[in-house]
Design a protein around this ligand. Sequence first.
Ligand SMILES: NC(=O)c1ccc[n+]([C@@H]2O[C@H](COP(=O)([O-])OP(=O)(O)OC[C@H]3O[C@@H](n4cnc5c(N)ncnc54)[C@H](OP(=O)(O)O)[C@@H]3O)[C@@H](O)[C@H]2O)c1
Length: 346
Amino acid sequence: MASTALPQTMKSLLQASRKGTEVISITSPIPTPTHPDDVLIRVHTAAPCAGELLWAVNFPDSVPADKEMVPCQDLAGTVVKAPAGSKFAEGDRVYCRIEANRAGAAREYALARTTELAKIPASLGWIEAAATPLSALTAYQAVFDQGGLDPAALHGDEAARAKNGAKRVLVTGAGGGVGSWVVQLSSLAGAKAVVAVCGGKEKIESVTKLGATEVVDYTKTSIEAWAAEDPAAREVDLVIEMVGGKTLSGCWHAVKNGGDIIAINTPPEYGKPEGLKKELGKGLFFIVKPLGSNLEEIGQLIDAGKVRPVVDSVWTFDEFEKAFARLDSGHAKGKVIIKISEEADK
Ligand SMILES: NC(=O)c1ccc[n+]([C@@H]2O[C@H](COP(=O)([O-])OP(=O)(O)OC[C@H]3O[C@@H](n4cnc5c(N)ncnc54)[C@H](OP(=O)(O)O)[C@@H]3O)[C@@H](O)[C@H]2O)c1
C-alpha cells in the first residue's frame, strides 16, 4: 500500500476524439491498478511521440476502442504502488514506454506494467529520463534486433565489433528523437560508417557530435543524388528509415543490392522506385516493443557516459498545445518533453 494518501482526482490530458488531433486538459479520477503487473506511478515528466494523435486512425489495431485516450506513452516518475513481489518498490525512480494500446502518461498518475519499467539511470534527471524510452528502445531494436548489428560490441566484444565494422549504416531523420539514438548506437557498436540524413547546420553539428561519419543534408541534395555520385563507395548495407515518402524511395537507391531497409514509418516496399532493379535482403516495418529489459541495458550505457538522450524542448503542463505543435512541425531536434509535476525540474 502507498504510505502517503493519494488524491481522489488529478489533472490529465486527453485526446478529445479518436478521429481528431485535439488535446484537452481535464480533471479525472486517479487510475486504479487492474492487471497483476500494473504499477501505479506518480508522473513527473512525459513525452509525446511524433504522429501519435493519428494512431487510432492509421493503426486502429494498436489502439482498441476502449482505450482511455491519454496521450504521451513515455514517462519518468516515482513508484507509488507496485504488485507484491515485484522488483519495483514505492519511491523507486522509474521510466518506461507504455504500450500504445493502453492509456498514456500525460497525467499526474499513470499505470505501467512491470515488464515495461526500468529504474532511471543515476545520471539522468526527470527531463532527460522521459526523453529516453521510446526513442532509445526503437533505435536499439532497429539497429540490433532487426538490423542485425551485434549488440555484444556495446560491451567490448571485439569479434562483434569486427563484424559490425563491415557494415555501412544510413539513417534518415537522424537529428530527431529516434534518429539521434540510431546514430549513437550504430557508432558505439562499431559500424564501418554511419551516414546521417538530416537538414541544416545545427542538425549536422549535432549528428556529427553523436558519431555520424558522413552527412547528407537533404535540404541541399537528395539521398538518390548523393548515392549516385559514387555508388561503389557510398551505397550502404543497412538503412534505418523513419521519414517515408521520397526519403524512403531515395533509400532504395542508396542501399546495396541485397542490403536491408528497416523502417518504422512506412513499409519499405511502398517506397520502391518504379523500374529499379534491386532486391532487398530484408525489408521490414516494425513496431517497437516496450521492453524494460532493453531500457536497463540502455541505462547502463547512459551511466557509462557512452550515449545520451537529446532533448528538443521542455514545456509546462499548461503549454501542452505548444508541445504538440512543436512535434507536429516535423523538425524537432530530439524529444519534446511535458513537465507534469512540480518535481520535473529536479
Ligand atoms: N514503428 C515504431 O515503433 C515507431 C517508434 C517510434 C517512432 N516512430 C515513427 O518514426 C518517425 C520518427 O520519430 P521521431 O520520434 O524520431 O520523430 P522526430 O523527433 O519528430 O524526428 C523526426 C526527424 O525527421 C527529420 N526529417 C524531416 N524530414 C526529413 C527528411 N526529408 N530527411 C531526413 N530527415 C527528415 C526532422 O529533422 P529536420 O529538422 O532535419 O528536418 C526530425 O529531426 C515518426 O514518424 C514516428 O511516428 C515509429
